[in-house]
Write a protein that binds this ligand. Sequence first.
Ligand code: FAD
Length: 116
Amino acid sequence: QPANDCPADVETLGRSTWTLLHSIAATYPKAPSHTQQSNLKSFMGLFSRLYPCWVCAEDFESYMEKEKIRVGSRDEFGKWLCEAHNAVNTKLGKDTFDCSKWEERWRTGWKDGRCN
Ligand code: FAD
């Protein structure tokens, strides 16, 4: 971890950004309106062009071209995002995450109570 007053490196930026994105999924409605779906699509489209790690952004944009974003419900978007994050994990040689557990990690907390 860099000291607080240093610019974020790729790792810190990545961790903070995944926290934001998965938290957006966690609070996204189960039955989003047309406007909410279209807002999320626009946000993710712009995000993939503005993310301030340019190689990351370029790869993420091509991922979004191949794997069309799913915004029809919280679960749909949560799973889509988990798969997108796993694609980055794989590219970086990290373990993949079990996407059936994304809500425990990012919304409800683990069943064993370790977030309480
Ligand atoms: P992170 O990958 O940051 O994950 C944070 C936490 O999320 C983990 O501790 C785990 O609890 C949870 N988690 C892990 N996988 C999943 C999943 N699939 N679904 C839900 N939760 C999960 N870095 C590069 O070096 N090159 C790149 O090209 C690159 N591209 C990126 C693209 C995007 C869009 C983003 C947001 C980040 C990118 N990064 C890239 C950064 C990289 O993904 C990591 O954030 C960084 O390496 C720090 O990794 P970490 O091991 O701390 O955990």
